[in-house]
Design a protein around this ligand. Structure first.
Ligand code: HEM
Length: 129
């Protein structure tokens, strides 16, 4: 018998370990990025890494731990304290691109994940400069 179809992207790409690797790799880039790093209020990036990982897991069909801990995502509101213009958006996209590319996800999942991240990054902008 063949394996059942994965229920969602979260399962299809390998579940929690895959998201853990992507987000950890992303935060390695944040840590050494001179545009992104100063935006993060906490010295320890660990808690921010966990929030982003739990959010993506929930968004793509995994456990709802993010909302259990944080409530409704309200991501635009949560990003309002940080100036996010084209430079910050592009720095963010550069970092997440490295993390996603290194994972070598199968299609169509890679393309679905990337299209979402690109759209979300544009929608998070709150400044023209
Ligand atoms: C939080 C920057 C885009 C998801 C944060 C924080 C910063 C930040 C500085 C606060 C760190 C913390 O949690 O303590 C940026 C920048 C972006 C961007 C510069 C450029 C466009 C995105 C996108 C997503 C996202 C596209 C989702 C796909 C999150 C989540 C949190 C967060 C889930 C934690 C929210 C919470 O529960 O408090 N981001 N972000 N961010 N970001 Fe972004």
């Amino acid at each position: 018998m063949s394996d059942p179809e994965p229920a969602n992207l979260y399962e299809a790409v390998g579940g929690e370990p895959t998201f853990r690797r992507i987000v950890a790799r992303f935060y390695q880039e944040v840590a050494r990025d001179e545009i992104l790093r100063p935006l993060y209020p906490e010295e320890d990036l660990g808690p921010a890494e966990e929030r982003f990982r739990l959010f993506l897991i929930q968004y793509w069909g995994g456990p709802h731990t993010y909302s259990d801990q944080r409530g409704h995502p309200r991501l635009r509101m949560r990003h309002a304290p940080f100036k996010i213009g084209p430079i910050e958006r592009d720095a963010w996209l550069r970092a997440i691109r490295i993390a996603v590319d290194e994972e070598n996800l199968p299609e169509p999942y890679r393309e679905q994940l990337w299209a979402y991240l690109e759209m979300a990054a544009h929608s998070m902008m709150n400044s023209f400069v």
